[in-house]
Design a protein around this ligand. Structure first.
Ligand code: PAF
Length: 167
C-alpha cells in the first residue's frame, strides 16, 4: 500500500519536517524506501525509485548536491541542476516525498565532524579524489538520520560508493 493517494508528491525542505513525517510513518508500521540523489535525475535513478515503490510503503527521494564530496578542483557550483525536471520525474516514478534541503540545513556551519570509512575510501577513485568518500559517507549518514529508511537504494554503477556505504 502506498503512502500518498494518487502519488501526490510532497516536497520537504526542513530536517525537522522530514524527521517528523518519517517517525509518524514508522509509528503507523509503514516501511520507508529511500533513494538519495544529487538530482539531475536519469533513468538509473528512476529504476531505483520504481524498485522502492514496489518494495516499500512510502518512497522518499532526496535531491541534495553535497558540497563536502567535491574536491578543491571540482566545481560544486557548476554541477548540473534541474529542480523542475526532478520534481516531475519523481512524481511520475511514484515517489511520495521529495526531500530537497538547502545546504544551510544540512551544514549549518563549517563542517567539522565527518564519517570516515578507512581503507576502502582511499583506493581507486578515492586515491585521485581525496576526501570524496568522506563527504559521501558523512552526508549519507546525515540523510539516514533524517529520513530513517528501512531500505536505501543506490546505483551499482558507483560500485566503490556502494562498498563504502555498506561498510
Ligand atoms: O551518488 C550520489 O548521487 C551521491 O554520491 C549521494 C549518494 C547522493 C551522496 O551525496
Amino acid at each position: 500500500m502506498s503512502f500518498a493517494i494518487g502519488h501526490v508528491l510532497k516536497i520537504i525542505t526542513a530536517i525537522h519536517d522530514m524527521q517528523s513525517l518519517a517517525e509518524s510513518l514508522r509509528k503507523q508500521g509503514r516501511t520507508i524506501g529511500f533513494v538519495p540523489t544529487m538530482g539531475y535525475l536519469h533513468e538509473g535513478h528512476l529504476s531505483l525509485m520504481r524498485r522502492a515503490r514496489h518494495e516499500c510503503d512510502a518512497v522518499v527521494t532526496s535531491v541534495f548536491v553535497n558540497p563536502t564530496q567535491f574536491g578543491p578542483g571540482e566545481d560544486f557550483d557548476r554541477y548540473p541542476r534541474d529542480e523542475e525536471g526532478d520534481r516531475s520525474k519523481c512524481q511520475s516514478a511514484g515517489v511520495d516525498i521529495l526531500f530537497m534541503p538547502p545546504v544551510s540545513e544540512i551544514y549549518p556551519g563549517k563542517p567539522t565532524a565527518f564519517v570516515i570509512v578507512d581503507g576502502i575510501s582511499d583506493i581507486l577513485e578515492g586515491a585521485i579524489r581525496p576526501g570524496h568518500f568522506r563527504g559521501v559517507a558523512t552526508v549519507v549518514a546525515k540523510l539516514f538520520h533524517i529520513v530513517k529508511p528501512h531500505t536505501a537504494y543506490f546505483g551499482q554503477k558507483d560500485y566503490q560508493q556502494c562498498a563504502v556505504i555498506k561498510r
